[in-house]
Design a protein around this ligand. Structure first.
Ligand code: ADP
Length: 196
């Protein structure tokens, strides 16, 4: 089963994906992490995306679709994955649906993390002090929020219109409480398993 973790920058989807991934031995596919690895390795892709990421912009859809297609074709992805950071635009969501249909897979659930903007800003400012991520500056955060609202938020409507299961997660709660609400959403169903 494919789980999509979805929400604004700083909503905690990466944190929860890491916890769920460990608990169910499921790959955590974070496009942000993959891109940061490319930047650190100094690859051609890394050189291409570094300035866009630093600025808080979105990487072109065709680049991201290539990256994710290659990742989902890896053998460890066959039993399901936690997708964190993709899709981030409606065209990416459409491409993902086509990709999954071709390989006979489908999205089990979209977890939509709800967190007020003031809290997001606080978390990113806090993370900036610890992680030193190039895009955790106040300027890049504003741009990331704007990109999120304009291009990413409409992805939820896309899934709702298609009848894909979307579940709201209150992300404005302690980490363990957020994990609990995700486990409640899975219920008896393992995120590794097929969709009932
Ligand atoms: P955040 O904490 O803001 O959710 P991520 O670690 O998921 O950040 O991503 C960091 C940056 O990587 C984004 O701001 C964007 O530049 C780039 N990126 C990651 N995934 C995508 C995607 N699916 N489409 C376009 N750009 C992406």
């Amino acid at each position: 089963m494919i789980t999509i973790l979805f929400g604004p920058p700083g909503c905690g989807k990466g944190t929860q994906a890491a916890i769920i991934s460990e608990r169910f031995s499921l790959p955590h596919v974070s496009t942000g992490e993959m891109l940061r690895d490319e930047v650190a390795a100094g690859s051609d892709l890394g050189e291409e995306v570094a300035p866009i990421m630093k600025d808080g912009g979105l990487i072109p859809d065709n680049v991201m679709v290539r990256v994710i297609e290659r990742r989902l074709a890896q053998p460890d992805a066959a039993g399901g994955v936690l997708l964190d950071g993709f899709p981030r635009t409606v065209p990416q969501a459409e491409e993902l649906d086509d990709m999954l249909e071709r390989s006979g897979r489908e999205i089990g659930v979209v977890l939509f993390f709800d967190v007020p903007e003031a809290e997001l800003q606080k978390r990113i400012a806090h993370r900036a002090e610890i992680d030193h991520r190039a895009d955790d500056t106040p300027e890049a955060f504003v741009k990331r929020m704007r990109e999120y609202e304009a291009k990413t938020a409409p992805v939820v409507d896309y899934y709702q219109e298609r009848g894909t299961r979307v579940e709201y997660v209150n992300g404005n709660a302690p980490i363990a409480a957020v994990t609990d609400s995700i486990l409640t959403i899975y219920g008896d169903q393992s995120p590794r398993g097929e969709v009932a």
